[in-house]
Ligand binder design. Structure first.
Ligand SMILES: [Zn+2]
Length: 305
């Protein structure tokens, strides 16, 4: 592990602390190819804000665990830019260890479908093992139900019973020793067709976010934020969300950019002459979200400033 990497590993937590102090949030965007990584990096650099890229188990299996880590590390070092890599929704300890050894900065250890006590037991063991391997790594735990699959869904699952309880959140954080918490507060993975069409938006339980933050006093990540009402996102950040995950909107922009390239350049076969249309489509989506996440301070009530 070389020196420049070590410097950034020490500052990831500081970036979250500063982000929280500023009343804003860091954007987290999932990637499964170089085109998306390029777009996320360029959008963050244009706005000069830190950014986190995520790779779930499926996404990193496609890119290669060590390969995606090497790509992100190369951007961080060459451009001296705060871009970090998260092993999103890691469902087993062996997969978490593989990502930690490959150099991921952050692991979302997600066994949230298990009963609460078992979730606590396994997450606690994962935190101990991962910190033993890499004391500087961040580990996130998840409680509650936010559905699965960052895809287009026909119907919304009933997530009301799976909303995170503030007292349970406090117990979970205390007993597991996680660095960050992913709560269920009205968020949901994936988007409904009506959301893609712009007819409906996800709504968040802002009071629940505030209550969990007051109890658990920990960095909180909002998963499944694609298709969420803009004002709810601003309010959620003001209430205690520090990192916001966007995946489905990114995938949608990727698909639309590719459709456009195929339609407007029917005879082109050179990838690097077609894929800029995909990069542009992705950058528009990522930039808009980063601008919103970094404007939280203005939306924060005066009493909190
Ligand atoms: Zn997620």
């Amino acid at each position: 592990m070389n020196q420049s990497r070590k410097v950034y590993m020490q500052t990831l937590r500081k970036i979250l602390e500063q982000t929280e102090a500023n009343g804003v949030a860091v954007g987290h965007f999932n990637i499964s190819d170089l085109v998306t990584l390029k777009a996320v990096f360029e959008a963050a650099r244009d706005l000069n804000v830190p950014v986190i890229v995520g790779a779930s188990e499926g996404e990193r299996q496609f890119m290669g665990v060590r390969q995606v880590s090497a790509l992100v590390k190369s951007l961080r070092e060459e451009y001296d830019f705060p871009i970090f890599l998260n092993a999103d929704h890691t469902h087993s300890l062996s997969s978490a260890i593989e990502a930690a050894k490959a150099g991921f900065d952050w692991i979302v250890f997600d066994v949230s479908t298990l009963p609460f006590e078992e979730n606590v037991r396994q997450t606690k063991a994962a935190v101990e093992t991962l910190k033993g391997l890499r004391p500087d790594i961040l580990v996130e735990g998840e409680i509650g139900d936010i559905g699965s699959g960052s895809e287009i869904h026909d119907a919304a699952p009933d997530l009301r019973k799976g909303l995170t309880n503030p007292a349970e959140a406090k117990q979970f954080v205390t007993e597991t020793g996680v660095d960050t918490l992913a709560p269920a507060v009205g968020n949901m993975h994936g988007m409904l067709k009506s959301m893609v069409a712009g007819e409906t938006r996800k709504r968040l339980d802002i009071e629940r976010i505030r209550a969990i933050k007051a109890e658990a006093r920990i960095f909180m990540t909002l998963h499944g934020a694609s298709g969420t009402d803009d004002n709810d996102l601003r309010a959620a950040i003001a209430a205690g969300i520090t990192v916001v995950h966007i995946n489905t909107e990114v995938r949608l922009a990727w698909r639309r950019g590719l459709d456009s390239a195929l339609t407007t350049q029917p005879d082109e076969i050179v990838p690097y002459k077609m894929l800029p249309q995909v990069v542009d489509s992705l950058k528009r989506t990522v930039s808009a979200r980063l601008e919103l996440f970094s404007s939280g301070r203005r939306a924060r009530p005066a009493s909190h400033l």
